[in-house]
Design a binder for this molecule. Structure first.
Ligand code: DGL
Length: 278
């Protein structure tokens, strides 16, 4: 169902993590209409290889392009770390990722920066590189947290086991006396009540979601793409179970969303037609 002219912002994640970005979009850009895609059939992305992540991102962007979007906001750090640079040169849409806005905010906040992220994001070194390109004197420690996304997606946030796991992941960062902590995965904001039990209040928390949306606003202004009329209801699309996503996202959205199950496999005829238009 391609909307014309394309007026929605495409937002995607592997699951419910991107809802933290979606909520920021609602807060900062209430007039924008959004299509949210969760590739829940293939989560977690954070344990996948760089090649798989790039492939998944290409499929999502191709699908979103066909649905008709004016801009893409990657609401997934893993995709931003592993695929942003490549897909930016392959698609003619503005595409925003979380790493640079997050790194800029971290550098403004402190000098001893801890990053909690998926194993793939931590291994990519994307945050360290981005932070030290802005401030070569900043110290950066990145910790891969493989259990967080599965625990959040299983709705086990308040399980005492999750608090234990969080203590283990944060311990090496607290030992380094970090002054700033970056949520290097969009799912982790959902854990903030748990993390705040462990973190001293002196540590500044950076949620890149806030800053990627500010960057999206600037880009929309610059390109004359900002919507000035009222927004359409968000379209929620998932590759896994629509019931599960609707039920799980309710607590973060404040209502039960209508969720469509979609297939990202685009027929080669549609793909060729689209490519010839670009
Ligand atoms: N929420 C995503 C991120 O920011 C992906 C997490 C996952 O699927 O492992 O990295």
């Amino acid at each position: 169902m391609r909307e014309f002219p394309p007026n929605r912002i495409g937002v995607f994640d592997s699951g419910i993590g991107g809802l933290t970005v979606l909520r920021e979009l609602y807060r900062q850009l209430p007039k924008e209409s959004i299509i949210y895609c969760a590739d829940s059939a293939r989560l977690p992305y954070g344990n996948r290889s760089p090649e798989e992540i790039l492939q998944f991102v290409r499929e999502i962007l191709t699908w979103m392009n066909i649905e008709g979007v004016k801009m893409i906001v990657m609401a997934c750090n893993t995709s931003s770390a592993l695929a942003l640079d490549t897909v930016r040169s392959e698609f003619s849409l503005p595409i925003l990722g979380l790493i640079l806005p997050g790194a800029r905010a971290a550098v403004r906040a402190g000098k001893r920066i801890g990053v909690i992220a998926t194993p793939a994001t931590a291994a990519s070194n994307a945050y360290r590189q981005a932070i030290q390109e802005i401030d070569a004197t900043a110290k950066v420690w990145q910790v891969g947290c493989p259990q967080f996304v599965p625990l959040i997606e299983q709705n086990r946030i308040h399980d005492p086991y999750t608090l234990d796991v969080a203590r283990q992941y944060l311990e090496p960062l607290l030992e380094q006396k970090i002054d700033t902590l970056v949520y290097g995965c969009t799912h982790y904001r959902h854990l903030s009540t748990v993390l705040q039990k462990i973190l001293p209040t002196s540590i500044e928390i950076i949620d890149p979601a806030q800053y990627v949306v500010a960057a999206a606003e600037q880009e929309l202004e610059l390109m004359g793409l900002k919507n000035n009329s009222t927004s359409l209801p968000t379209r929620f699309c998932v590759t896994g179970s629509s019931e599960k996503f609707a039920q799980l996202s309710r607590q973060w959205l404040g209502c039960t969303p209508v969720v469509e199950k979609v297939s990202l496999q685009v027929s080669s005829t549609i793909k060729m037609t689209l490519e010839s238009r670009e």
